[in-house]
Design a protein around this ligand. Structure first.
Ligand code: CMP
Length: 140
């Protein structure tokens, strides 16, 4: 397995409840390293661009409004097979379907307010990391 990087977003429902540290601990316990990190408040335009692939979905407006509602913490995570490893730690999109011990099982409120986002493929990871970070900001 090769070393990869992936993009994580700790979403507004989690930053609001002061869960950033508890969520990062789960990444680190799973063998992922934080190689970039910042807390930002996305505009609706930025959130809409980030999630552009979901534009035709019924929940797009709700998703964009939620992601722009309060601060998020965006992070680059690195590790062996980091993309799959991160998604395993996140758990299923719907917390009701998420496995025990996953972030969404422990913390998510609903399918929409589901605490975390993680890139779903190498192509998405590359696009999403460069959406938020320059090469200089990624330090392994
Ligand atoms: P995320 O991994 O950030 O990728 C797309 C997001 O859309 C997803 O997590 C959910 O937060 C959101 N989403 C997916 N399905 C629904 C839904 N049925 N209702 C509201 N939001 C959804």
């Amino acid at each position: 397995m090769t070393t990869e990087r992936t993009l994580s977003i700790i979403k507004p429902d989690a930053t609001r409840r002061n869960l950033t540290g508890k969520i990062v601990a789960k990444f680190e316990d799973a063998g992922l390293r934080v190689v970039a990190s910042k807390r930002i408040h996305l505009s609706a335009a930025q959130a809409g661009e980030f999630y552009a692939e979901h534009k035709e979905r019924g929940f797009y407006g709700e998703l964009v409004a939620f992601m722009a509602s309060e601060p998020v913490v965006v992070q680059g995570l690195e590790g062996e097979g980091a993309i799959a490893k991160n998604r395993a730690v996140l758990g299923a999109t719907d917390p009701a379907a998420a496995a025990a011990g996953t972030i969404r099982k422990d913390f998510a409120l609903s399918k929409g307010e589901n605490s975390v986002h993680g890139s779903d493929s190498p192509a998405s990871a590359a696009r999403e990391i460069s959406f938020f970070f320059s090469g200089l900001e990624l330090v392994g």
